[in-house]
Design a protein around this ligand. Structure first.
Ligand SMILES: Cc1cc2nc3c(=O)[nH]c(=O)nc-3n(C[C@H](O)[C@H](O)[C@H](O)COP(=O)(O)OP(=O)(O)OC[C@H]3O[C@@H](n4cnc5c(N)ncnc54)[C@H](O)[C@@H]3O)c2cc1C
Length: 408
C-alpha cells in the first residue's frame, strides 16, 4: 500500500498523521523530517525551553512510542530533495524513493537570513529549531550582552527570556516601532515600555551600518544614526520564508507559499499542504492568506486529514496567535489590518487590557494582555462570524460572556 507521505514533522505534519489515525484511516502513513528530533512544540524554543525550564522530553508533541503504537512510520534526519507528482514518489538525499497515494507538504518556514556579503566574517544566530537553541545557548556566557536584530515576536520573546536569565539585552528594529507589521501603535508602545522597564535597550528606526570585532572577540555595532552597541552575540529575528521550493520544483503552484484551496488541496488533486508553508483560502475571511501560527497549522492539519478520508471539512479557522513575554500573556484573534477604530477595555497600567479593533463600525480583531477569559469570548464570537458593533463593544457595561449566556 502506498498510503500517505507527509514531508515535515512540525505541528502541521504530525497533526495530519494524528487526525488521520483518529478518523480510522488504516493505510500506511510516513512522516519525513530533516530534523533529528521527534515532533515537538516549536513555541517554547524562544520561551521556557530557551530558559531551560522545559526539557526536550517536555516539549514533545507525542512521546516517541506513540508513532509505533499508531503505526505511523517516522523517518528522522531525512531530507526530501525531490518530489515526482506524475509517478507519485518522493526521493531522499540518500537516494531512497517512497511512493505515495496522497502527499502532504508540511515543510514550514526557514529563518530569513542576511546575505553572506552583508556582514562577512560575523557569526549571526537565527532561531527556528532545537539545534538553533543549542547553538545560541553554547555561545551565551554568564552576563552576555546579546543584540537582537528585529523587534518582532521571536526577537521580543528572546529578549524577555535572556533578560530574565541575567543577560544585558539590546534590540535594534528597522521600523519606527516594535511589532509594526502585526499590531497597532498602542501595543507597540506597551511592549517597548515593558521591555525598557525590565532593562532592555530598545532602539527603533535604526539599522546596522557596520560591525567591528575587538581583540576579545566582542562586537562594536554602529547603527545608521551613529549609536554604538557593545555586544558579544548577535541574534536575528528578521522574518521567515516559506519552504515551498520543493513543491515549486515539482510543478505545484506557489506564491508566497504553496497555494491551496479551502480543502487544503494544491492544484494537483492528491497533493495537499498545511501550516506555515501554505498560502490557503480561509472561508471565514473569504480570501487566501499564509499564516505562521500553531493554531493555523493544527486547523489545516485537520482539514487535510478530512480531505484525504473524503469528509471535505473546510478551513474556516479564525487567525489567532499568542506570545509569552516575562509574566505577560499576549493573545491575538482576528486580523486588525485596515482598522479604523480602537477601543481599550481594562487598564494598560495594570498590564491587563484588551485592544478591540473596529472597521466600518464592527469589531474585526482583539489583542489581549493577561485577560484570557474575556479574550476567549471575543475569539469565540469572531470565530462564529458574529457581527459585534463597536458601539456595543465600547459600552462599559458590555461583557462578551453575555453573548453566550442563555439570557442573551
Ligand atoms: C521560536 C519560535 C516561537 C514561536 N512561538 C509561537 C507562539 O508563541 N505561538 C504560535 O502560534 N506560533 C509560534 N511560532 C510559530 C509556530 O511555531 C509555527 O507556526 C508552527 O511551528 C508551524 O508549524 P508547521 O508544521 O507548519 O511548520 P514547522 O513547525 O516549521 O515544521 C516544518 C518541518 O518540516 C521540516 N522540513 C522542511 N523541509 C523539509 C524537507 N524537504 N524534508 C524533510 N523535512 C523538511 C522542517 O525541518 C520542520 O521540522 C513560533 C515559531 C518559532 C520559530
Amino acid at each position: 500500500m502506498k498510503g500517505v507521505v507527509i514531508i515535515g514533522s512540525g505541528h502541521a505534519g504530525c497533526n495530519t498523521a494524528i487526525n488521520l489515525r483518529r478518523a480510522g484511516f488504516s493505510e500506511s502513513i510516513k512522516i519525513f523530517s530533516k530534523e533529528n528530533y521527534y515532533p515537538y512544540h516549536r513555541p517554547p524554543l524562544s520561551k521556557k525551553f530557551f530558559k531551560g525550564d522545559l526539557t526536550e522530553e517536555n516539549i514533545l508533541l507525542k512521546n516517541s512510542t506513540f508513532y509505533e503504537d499508531n503505526n505511523i512510520e517516522i523517518h528522522l534526519n531525512t531530507f526530501i530533495s525531490e518530489v515526482d507528482i506524475k509517478n507519485n514518489f518522493i526521493r531522499t538525499t540518500s537516494g531512497d524513493d517512497y511512493e505515495f497515494s496522497y502527499l502532504v507538504f508540511a515543510t514550514g518556514t526557514s529563518s530569513r537570513v542576511f546575505a553572506d556579503n552583508m556582514f562577512p566574517g560575523i557569526d549571526i544566530f537565527y532561531l527556528r529549531n532545537i539545534d538553533d537553541v543549542k547553538r545560541i545557548q553554547t555561545a551565551l556566557t554568564d552576563n552576555s550582552k546579546p543584540l537582537l536584530i528585529g523587534g518582532g515576536y521571536i526577537g521580543l520573546e528572546l529578549a524577555a527570556s535572556m533578560q530574565e536569565m541575567g543577560h544585558t539585552v539590546s534590540i535594534i528594529e528597522l521600523e519606527d516601532r516594535l511589532l509594526k507589521r502585526v499590531t497597532a501603535p498602542i501595543m507597540s508602545t506597551f511592549f517597548q515600555d515593558l521591555h525598557e522597564s525590565k532593562g532592555v535597550n530598545v532602539l527603533c528606526n535604526q539599522s546596522i551600518q557596520s560591525i567591528k570585532v575587538d581583540k576579545k572577540g566582542n562586537y562594536l555595532v554602529t547603527t545608521d544614526n551613529g549609536t554604538i552597541i557593545d555586544t558579544n552575540i548577535l541574534i536575528a529575528g528578521i522574518g521567515a520564508i516559506p519552504n515551498d521550493d520543493l513543491a515549486q520544483n515539482a510543478g505545484i503552484k506557489c506564491k508566497n507559499g504553496i497555494l491551496i484551496d479551502e480543502y487544503c488541496r494544491t492544484n494537483v488533486p492528491h497533493v495537499f499542504a498545511a501550516g506555515d508553508c501554505a498560502n490557503g483560502f480561509n472561508n471565514l475571511l473569504g480570501y487566501s492568506i499564509r499564516l505562521e501560527s500553531v493554531p493555523n497549522a493544527n486547523a489545516q492539519a485537520k482539514v487535510v486529514a478530512s480531505s484525504i478520508i473524503g469528509n471535505e471539512d473546510l478551513n474556516r479557522e479564525l487567525p489567532w496567535f499568542w506570545s509569552d513575554q516575562y509574566d505577560l500573556k499576549l493573545q491575538m484573534a482576528g486580523l486588525s489590518n485596515g482598522y479604523d477604530d480602537v477601543y481599550i477595555q481594562g487598564k494598560i497600567e495594570d498590564n491587563a487590557f484588551i485592544v478591540c479593533y473596529g472597521k466600518e463600525g464592527n469589531l474585526i480583531a482583539v489583542d489581549s494582555v493577561n485577560m484570557p477569559k474575556i479574550f476567549n469570548n471575543y475569539k469565540k464570537a469572531l470565530s462564529n462570524g458574529m457581527r459585534l458593533s463597536m458601539e456595543l463593544v465600547s459600552d462599559s457595561n458590555f461583557d462578551p460572556a453575555s453573548l453566550f449566556s442563555a439570557s442573551y
